[in-house]
Design a protein around this ligand. Structure first.
Ligand code: G6P
Length: 610
């Protein structure tokens, strides 16, 4: 989603800004722009489309100057056009702003500004803020930003420059991350520390409602009443994902990330499985043994793929820990007011740690007095910092917009948490040790599973022209079916639906015909025979069946049109194993459809607006 980079220092700003924006590209965007300054002149370039368009514009009409701000935009208010791209200027053209987030009361503010004679040049909510800052600007940019923001309802991460103050950048945050970076050449302001790798050595994140002022090597954070806040810098390395965000020999980040899963899964478990106590151990839960004993229910809240991991978690907590568990879309949970008792533990599951709805759900839970834990990949992200405690995935940066390795690591962490809670309750040490051994065997099982890639390619070629695909599974494999369908929708734009296999006959079976393939998740397990009956029902109606099944399963092979073999693992780990062929199938079909796999249309990696 939207990204911000600003720089002020001793070198040309535009190459730094363009390079920083490139590193934020993966988050998803539809237009980009930058503004630099020399003397008291501004140089504004902005373009709809890919960053390459902006780079072309800058090379045709260079934007000189040693300070500037820039932005990648993911359209919320107004289409993806040059005009709506950021930066936006105030009426006088003296002030420029880039903004992440949403100004919810923009219509009222716009109405008032129009009545005062302001003419708008874009359809964005951001331009309202530019004019407001301009309205309050009487030579003190920091004061003007503060006064304007006091009128704003919504969320923001902003960077603001003024022609009258060459080299000065003012930033502010509420609900949208901003980080200051300090390096040899000057100081930086960004929405994500990853954009500053190689430029800044030290960073500091702003908290909500704080402002910052940058100029050359100087930087300062101020609170709401503008008094300075002493905040220590930390090494940037602490906030960067392990491993470089490079594709290596892979044609796409998504494929690289699919193939990384044996390793990322091992990383998620490293040092956390303790034979001596037959349990899992986590460094950052921050729960006293009294709190731990009191917890009698868990709520798992998340969005998108992380929500599907939460659904797997529900089964895990119920089966392994015998604890009631509930899963809620964060966007729903934040506005619900369900009766929840005090001893409920709330998990926020998130790859990025910045998803606006998940952050809001976390804050709402904290407000109600619940203990909150984050299951998060991005170190130092807002959710990781605001939760009472948490577990990192250690999966390294996930760049492909469609989440892959984060999902399998989230499932593994949830399995370990269920083991941990189970061991404080009814699980015996022998049962605990069995679970540990099964978890340890998982990276090898994933390595083996990746061997299905060639078979998946053949199947993809056969079904790439389908316009509808059904994904069916039961129990632990129902959330896996939802996730398989989501992967296909996200990157190939083919309509897909995940369903509990037995529910088909209550409606969706009406969709089945020769051109609608069903992907059945049917490795051996307790409900195997039941799922086989469901498969019969689809076959009887002429629907083609692709089965993800246990290696060498003749019974499935006799019924299904195509089979993708996966190694046998216990049922609670099956969602992790079947994720691989489902990710590969979506990937191969998307390639055949000519789609931009890593940057699917309309989507953003990190959704920082509501
Ligand atoms: C976006 C991404 C999805 C992701 C979801 C939740 O929609 O495109 O891939 O699953 O956000 O993100 P999170 O970072 O909170 O896991």
């Amino acid at each position: 989603m939207c990204g911000i980079i600003g720089f002020t220092g001793r070198r040309e700003a535009s190459p730094v800004l363009l390079d920083g924006l490139r590193r934020l590209e993966y988050r998803g965007y539809d237009s980009a722009g930058l503004i630099t300054g020399t003397g008291n002149a501004f140089h504004l370039r902005k373009k709809a489309g890919r960053l390459a368009e902006l780079a072309k514009a800058v090379s045709a009409h260079p934007a000189p100057g040693c300070y500037g701000i820039s932005h990648t935009r993911w359209a919320t208010h107004g289409g993806a056009t040059d005009r709506n791209a950021h930066p936006h200027l105030d009426a006088s053209g003296r002030i420029a702003i880039v903004h992440n987030g949403v100004i919810e009361n923009y219509a009222t503010l716009k109405h008032q500004l129009r009545a005062d004679g302001v003419t708008f040049r874009s359809d964005t909510d951001t331009e309202v803020l530019a004019h407001l800052i301009g309205h309050y600007y009487h030579g003190d940019l920091v004061a003007a930003v503060r006064q304007a923001l006091a009128l704003v309802k919504g969320t923001y991460g902003v960077a603001v420059v003024s022609k009258d103050d060459p080299g000065l950048i003012v930033g502010a945050r509420l609900g949208s991350p901003l980080v200051i970076g300090v390096g040899d050449a000057g100081t930086y302001l960004a929405s994500d520390a990853n954009a500053l790798a190689g430029y800044a050595d030290k960073v500091v994140y702003l908290n909500d409602r704080q402002l910052c002022v940058l100029s050359g090597d100087e930087w300062e954070i101020r609170d709401q009443d503008l008094s300075p806040v002493a905040t220590p810098l930390r090494d940037i390395a602490h906030f960067l994902g392990e491993g470089d965000a490079e594709k290596g020999d892979f044609p796409h980040f998504m494929l690289k990330e699919i193939y990384e899963q044996p390793e990322t899964l091992a990383n998620a478990m490293r040092g956390r499985l303790v034979d001596a106590d037959s349990t899992a151990h986590f460094g950052g839960l921050n729960l006293s043994s009294q709190q731990l004993r009191q917890i009698d229910r868990v709520i798992l809240t998340a969005c998108g793929t992380s929500y599907h991991a939460g659904l797997v978690g529900e089964y895990l907590f119920e089966e392994l820990a015998r604890m009631p568990a509930e899963v809620e879309y964060a966007s729903e949970f934040r506005y619900r007011n369900p009766p929840i008792n005090r001893d409920t533990l709330v998990f926020a599951i998130t790859q990025s740690g910045e998803t606006a709805d998940t952050l809001a759900a976390l804050r709402e839970s904290k407000r109600m007095g619940h203990t909150t834990l984050a299951i998060c990949n991005a170190v130092g992200s807002s959710i990781a910092r605001e939760a009472c405690g948490g577990v990192y995935l250690h999966a390294g940066p996930e760049i492909g917009v469609a989440s892959t390795k984060a999902f399998t690591s989230q499932c593994a962490v949830l399995a370990m948490l269920a083991l941990y809670f189970g061991r404080t309750r009814h699980l015996s040490s022998l049962q605990g040790q069995r679970l540990i051994d099964e978890l340890r065997a998982l990276p090898d099982a994933l390595r083996k599973t990746l061997g299905c890639h060639e078979q998946v390619k053949r199947i993809a070629a056969k079904y790439a022209s389908a316009r509808n695909v059904l994904y069916l599974g039961r129990q632990y494999l129902y959330p896996a079916a939802l996730e398989g369908a989501l992967k296909l929708k996200e990157i190939s734009y083919i309509h897909a639906e995940g369903y509990p296999a037995a529910e088909m006959k209550h409606g969706p079976i009406a969709l089945v015909d020769e051109s609608t393939p069903s992907v059945f998740l049917v490795p051996r397990g307790n409900v195997f025979d039941k799922v086989m009956s469901n498969m019969q029902e689809i076959k009887a109606r002429g629907g083609p069946v692709i089965a993800v099944a246990s290696e060498g399963d003749e019974e499935v092979a006799a019924l299904a049109d195509d089979v993708i073999p996966v190694p046998d693992v216990p049922e609670y780990l099956q969602p992790i194993v079947v994720a691989i062929p489902l990710q590969l199938l979506a990937y191969e079909i998307a390639l055949l459809c000519g789609c931009d796999v890593d940057k699917p249309r309309n989507l953003a990696k990190s959704v920082t607006v509501e």
